[in-house]
Design a protein around this ligand. Sequence first.
Ligand code: BMA
Length: 330
Amino acid sequence: MSKIIGEALSNIPWQDKPGGYNAPVWRYTHNPIIQRDAQLNSNSIFNSAVIPFEEGYAGVFRCDSRSVSMDIFAGFSQDGLQWEINEKPIQFEGADYITKREYRYDPRVCRIDDRFYISWCNGYHGPTIGLAYTYDFKTFHQLENAFLPYNRNGVLFPRKINGKYAMLSRPSDTGHTPFGDIFFSESPDLTYWGKHRYVMGTINSDASAWQSKKIGPGPIPIETDRGWLLIYHGVINTCNGFVYRMGVALLDLHEPWKVLARSRNYILGPETLYECVGDVPNVTFPCAALSDGDTGRIAIYYGCADTVTGVAFTTVDELFDYMDKYPLEN
Ligand code: BMA
């Protein structure tokens, strides 16, 4: 038995694993929880992040409009399943040269002490990592971009490590990145980032071909007694384009650039109609995970086919057992 080091979350969205089900992650039976037109002017609502807030949950949602403008919007829920998403995108406070918007997408939300930090893919002469914080999901204070372009998938750790803020990210290129590995960076103040360390990369062989093209960190890493549990996305290039699946790895608690375990099998991939059919077919893209320190339950929020939002369930033991059963040998 492994333990999540974190607060109890007794109202975590949950369904038991269906009898006879053979995989480590199972879908919510009422998926998708957010339809593409859940907002007046939305074309699609997908790669989005949620977090416990007050008596319920808050979230930051990627909504592409019907002119296909990519932006991020705050939303609220009592139960983590039914969401009210604001009609207006988040307006950030801060100096004009920081808050000037080109495009914003794929947000993550991370609580560190009393602040909720938002990180996202921020257009600044190419994609890079935007950062902001809020106390109340009403007023958002934008910070400097964490990195130079080109970078995507900036994912903060939920506490300082060795006295420093810590982030995973995926350096990329200007376009639809045909490569990508995961790196670790640290910062004393969330402005100056350095000590960049390679964490892990693609597996360019038959050993684990679903992650042969590029990988990127997904939800905020979950702290356990065995290390940081990292759910990430992995991509294969096929004759019909990219397919995005989810994988799991375990990173060292004190030196998170050290990979302690990694599954050679994916843990969830496009299978259902809403994952296989949409604006971009065959995409399951995780951006958030709720976890319950009491029971080890985990609810993963993921974008489906770049169109709608789904939830899937697992537990810390399911993921560890799967990594043990299907290890990626180096
Ligand atoms: C990635 C990002 C994601 C998207 C995925 C699949 O590069 O743009 O937002 O979900 O491609 O299209």
